[in-house]
Design a protein around this ligand. Structure first.
Ligand code: GLA
Length: 379
C-alpha cells in the first residue's frame, strides 16, 4: 500500500480512490475556526462564546455547524504520553460537551510533525494516542497541519503520513472530518481523497486583504475535477468581518467561495459582528450554492482583463453565475448564455438581493462595483 501511494504521488494520478470517510462532509463543511481572528490568543471562553453566538445569531440555522479550535490549545503530554490541553483550555471534555450541548460539532488541530506551526506539541510518534484522545474527548473534526513535519519527513512521504493519522482516526470508530493542511504541496488534490482527506488546503495562508484573498480565490480554476461529495478543495478559511476588506470585497470573497464549493469556516469574532457581516455570512440563497447536492466546484468561464465570469451547475439544472470585477472602477460584466449551456432565453435572479430580475435573451449584463461581485442564478 505504502509503495502504491508513493507511486501515485510521484505520478500525480490518484483521484478520489475511496479511502475517504464517506459519512461526513457530503457537502462542504461549514462552521467557524479560531485562527483568523484569535490566532494563538484563543481560549476556551472564546470557543464557548463562538458556539453561543452561532446559535443565537442564526448562523447555526444557516448551516454553520463546526466550531473548530485551531493551533495553541496544546499542553504537555502526561506520563503515559497522552496529550493534555494547556491552561487556556483546561478541561477539554467539558468544552466539547458544552459545544455538543448546543447541537453543534467541534474540531481540533494538530500536526504530523513534532511541533505545530505555532510551536506547540505535535502528534509525531503519538498519532494513535492522539486520535484516541480526540475521540475520547468527543471531537468531530481534525485539521492536520504539516509545518514541522518538514523536519522529520520528506515531502514525498506526505501521503503516507496523512494516511497514518486517517487510519488512526478510523480505528477510533468515531466519524471525524479529516482536514489536510499542507498548503497544496505535491498537488494534494490528486491524492488527498485517497488518504482519507475530506478537505485539503490548496494554498498557503489567506490573510484579510483583497489582494491575497482574490489571488487565492481566482487561482482555484482548474481544480474542479478533484472536488465532490466527501472530498473538497479548501482555499482556506473566511476573513469576512475581520476588517481588512470593504463590503464589496467581502461579497467577492463569499461569492467566490460558494462558487468553488469551498468549506465555509467563518474566521471572525462572532461575538462582535456587524449586521452587515452577519448578512454576508448567512444569506441562505448564497449558502445554498455552496451546499448544493450536486457537489460540483465552479470554474472560470471567461476573463477579459479584470472582468471575470464564473459558473457552477446546480442539482436542479440551474446554473449560478458570478460576475466579478477585479478592476479599480465600476464596470458592466456580461455572461453569454451559450457559454454556460443555457438556452437563448432564461430567467435571472440576483441571489445577494433575493430579487428576480426577469427574463433575458442570449445574455445578461450586470453593473459590478470595483472589487465587487454579482451572483445570479440562471434558469
Ligand atoms: C498554518 C495554517 C493556518 C493555521 C496556523 C496555526 O499557518 O495554514 O491555517 O492553522 O498554521 O499555527
Amino acid at each position: 500500500m505504502k509503495k502504491l501511494i508513493l507511486i501515485a504521488f510521484a505520478l500525480g494520478c490518484v483521484q478520489s480512490a475511496g479511502a475517504e470517510n464517506s459519512s461526513v462532509a457530503t457537502t462542504p463543511p461549514m462552521g467557524w475556526n479560531s485562527w483568523n481572528h484569535f490566532a494563538c490568543k484563543v481560549t476556551a471562553a472564546d470557543v464557548r462564546s463562538a458556539a453561543d453566538a452561532i446559535v443565537s445569531n442564526g448562523m447555526k440555522d444557516a448551516g454553520y455547524i463546526y466550531v473548530n479550535i485551531d493551533d495553541c490549545w496544546e499542553g504537555v503530554r502526561n506520563e503515559k504520553g497522552r496529550i493534555q490541553a494547556n491552561q487556556k483550555f483546561g478541561d477539554m471534555k467539558a468544552l466539547v460537551d458544552y459545544v455538543h450541548g448546543k447541537g453543534l460539532k467541534i474540531g481540533i488541530y494538530s500536526s504530523p510533525g513534532p511541533k505545530t506551526c505555532a510551536g506547540y506539541e505535535g502528534s509525531y510518534g503519538h498519532e494513535e494516542q492522539d486520535a484516541q484522545q480526540y475521540a475520547d474527548w468527543g471531537f468531530d473534526y481534525l485539521k492536520y497541519d504539516w509545518c514541522s513535519a518538514e523536519k522529520v519527513y520528506r515531502r514525498d512521504q506526505m501521503p503516507e503520513v496523512y494516511k497514518k493519522m486517517h487510519d488512526a482516526l478510523l480505528r477510533t470508530g468515531r466519524p471525524i472530518v479529516f482536514s489536510l493542511c499542507q498548503y497544496g504541496f505535491g498537488r494534494v488534490w490528486r491524492w488527498g481523497a485517497s488518504v482519507g482527506g475530506n478537505l485539503w488546503r490548496t494554498t498557503e495562508d489567506i490573510d484579510d486583504h483583497y489582494d491575497r484573498m482574490s489571488v487565492i480565490g481566482f487561482d482555484q480554476d482548474g481544480l474542479e475535477p478533484f472536488a465532490g461529495p466527501g472530498h473538497w478543495n479548501d482555499p482556506d478559511m473566511l476573513e469576512v468581518g475581520n476588517g481588512g476588506m470593504n463590503h464589496d470585497e467581502y461579497v467577492t470573497h463569499m461569492s467566490l467561495w460558494v462558487l468553488l464549493a469551498a468549506p465555509l469556516l467563518a474566521g471572525n469574532d462572532l461575538s462582535k459582528m456587524t449586521p452587515e457581516t452577519l448578512d454576508i455570512l448567512t444569506n441562505k440563497e448564497v449558502i445554498a450554492v455552496d451546499q448544493d447536492a450536486k457537489g460540483v466546484q465552479g470554474r472560470r468561464i471567461t476573463q477579459e482583463g479584470p472582468l471575470e465570469v464564473w459558473a457552477k451547475p446546480l442539482a436542479d439544472g440551474g446554473v449560478v453565475v458570478g460576475l466579478f470585477n477585479r478592476g479599480e472602477s465600476v464596470n458592466p460584466v456580461t455572461v453569454s448564455f451559450k457559454d454556460i449551456a443555457v438556452q437563448a432565453s432564461a430567467t435571472v435572479r440576483d441571489l445577494w438581493k433575493h430579487k428576480d430580475l426577469g427574463s433575458f435573451n442570449g445574455s445578461y449584463t450586470g453593473e459590478v462595483q470595483r472589487h465587487g461581485a454579482v451572483l445570479i442564478r440562471v434558469r
